[in-house]
Design a protein around this ligand. Sequence first.
Ligand SMILES: Cc1ncc(COP(=O)(O)O)c(C=O)c1O
Length: 418
Amino acid sequence: MASASTTSFPPEAVPQAPEDPLFGLMRACKADTSPDKVDLGIGAYRDDNAKPWVLPVVKKADEILRNDPDLNHEYLPIAGLASFTRKAAELLLGTSAPTISEKRVASVQTISGTGAVHLGALFLARFYKIHGANRTVYLSNPTWANHNQIFTNVGLPIATYPYFHKETRGLDIEGMKRALADAPEHSIILLHACAHNPTGVDPTTDQWREIASVMAAKKHFPFFDCAYQGFASGDLDRDAGAIRFFVEQGFELLIAQSFAKNFGLYGERAGCFHFVAAPSPETAGTTTRVASQLAILQRSEISNPPIYGARIASTVLNDKALFAEWQENLRTMSGRIIAMRQALKAKFDELGTPGTWNHITDQIGMFSFTGLSEAQVVKLRDESHVYMTKNGRISMAGLNTRNVDYFARAVDKVVRET
Ligand SMILES: Cc1ncc(COP(=O)(O)O)c(C=O)c1O
């Protein structure tokens, strides 16, 4: 019987999905022709001229690759470019980390950080089973919006733990610890390694200790998302401090690693997923078994990871001089962002903007959670051509010496009027 419908995907089966709010915001900003426009939406670094910045060290690596007569476009192995994944693990765990010499790490190159979170989620959905029914993934409230979708898409239940303290605009450490202590044993806890997105609020070293201690007591399973190493403080080791501390404490854990921000390789999708085994006599066997299953998952998802971004990163990570230059480039990016934080805070102080604004300089990394309400965000967009997500998050990289005064005045006005 011929059906009246010509599609197997009518609206009842495939309803229109809402546009991704961040990409909708980008589109609206692009369409705004005002010369005053300030784009604080997307989390991508901009230089002081509000332009994307190709890292000088990336240009050099690109030149080296283009002049290599032996370069070809063959497939990478399923687990990716070994010279890249090995250095990527060292970058996170430390060059002389026992985890590496004891072969406790299984690394797989992924489609940037998103692909790494997804591969980890898929791995957990398939294999995190021995503790019975509890496979809930606890996400910080708030978190990078995609975390919700990625874990839900693989069928893992999600829950949240308190993170942002509205009054102090800092970490709700007591709320976080309470939630972790109340969560059933062996829960999966997603942690941002540094430069928390969207709040810019990171635990201090002492607070990480407290978090690790609660998690160890409840035998929780840590999954670190590390999208901003070196980009937060400008110091690669410091930004990996939380991960290294958890590893030292003997946790078995997962890490999703992105090279989008710290290399400015956003569209090249260079990233890595790492499984780190706890020290034990069975370690070698565990790592080998996990690696074998990761390879199977990867094969059915993407078969082989993309080569170009990994080659660029590998060229830099494996060359002493280029590595030092990269560290300098990282300091340029993180330094400019820190300078913008200071300039913005100074401007609010000068204007006497109502409220406290210490959080602007206390927070770290690409983002700041301003504390502005949705109504204020909308007013800023409509009246001053300032674009930010409706939760009041701003990308600090969108501020520069030309627009920081304008932005501060626009915020000052909206705060006084609402
Ligand atoms: C917390 C967090 N995780 C992961 C990512 C993934 O980024 P990408 O897939 O571009 O590496 C981002 C990017 O904004 C992020 O902020």
